[in-house]
Write a protein that binds this ligand. Sequence first.
Ligand SMILES: Nc1nc2c(ncn2[C@@H]2O[C@H](COP(=O)(O)OP(=O)(O)OP(=O)(O)O)[C@@H](O)[C@H]2O)c(=O)[nH]1
Length: 283
Amino acid sequence: MIYIDTDNYQKNEIVNLISESFPGFFTVRKMSGEHVAYNQIYKSFFPFEVMGKTLKDISELVDDSDVIDLLIQCQHNDEQLFESEESILVLIESMGSSYFESVRYFLEIDNQPHVALMAWDITDRVKVEKKLKFQLERDGLTGALNKHALLMRTYQENQTIAYLDLDNFKQVNDHFGHSVGDEVLILFTQYMQQALSRHDCVYRIGGDEFVIVFDCASIQQAENILVEARSYVERSERFKGVSFSFGLDAMSNHADFDASLKNADVKLYQQKRMRKMNTLAVS
Ligand SMILES: Nc1nc2c(ncn2[C@@H]2O[C@H](COP(=O)(O)OP(=O)(O)OP(=O)(O)O)[C@@H](O)[C@H]2O)c(=O)[nH]1
């Protein structure tokens, strides 16, 4: 029941106005998918009449793959509402680079279940949110993922964690200046990113500390990659004489990521100590 000040307003007029003035898509579909009502914005979205047609019927009449993709999402989401215990479903649907927030709820018309859908464009909001999320998860200097991103990500058993710390990096700052030190950090990040597979991720988690999450790589495979990368970094003049130490741990060794990272950190410092002792012994 909608309560209206009938002394001053016509009931039908105001009910029509409410649905017509909604600044987004509004439609009602049967459980079997046929459209039984929609507003002007929904009607204008399609170049042909959709009354009585199901989402599947419509998807067979359009060519645009983004629209077809949206129609498939809508069909799936209608089904989800009918199958769920919830009486209301709030979702985000996409069409190419556009995003819509949608609200679905049950309508019983003549004892038949229907779905009412209201949806509106939130592309600008999603773009801002994506930009903020990108900034939140990136290190400002190198563009690598940061500690926040590392702590927010999910992990799988087949991943190997590497904890890296540059050796002698302080000397670069001391001898060449801080801006050259910055350049070395940027170069190092870029080099590591291109030396790894597309699914591996490099995180800068502190001044000269990095974490790499190797996807589908054993400790031995990760070690081979890092030893080869280290040999290149040591040979290339661009890195101003820095090298790095690392510690590795397999996610499968531990129940959680924190334990794995801690273990990799312990191994890193063991390696760093060994390498320093070897350098002293040689000199
Ligand atoms: N240029 C630059 N230097 C940084 C940045 N963040 C941290 N540092 C420097 O990185 C150095 C890190 O310290 P250490 O790890 O002790 O230096 P290190 O010479 O690599 O020492 P070892 O790991 O023992 O070999 C410090 O000198 C910091 O000032 C940055 O963003 N830019």
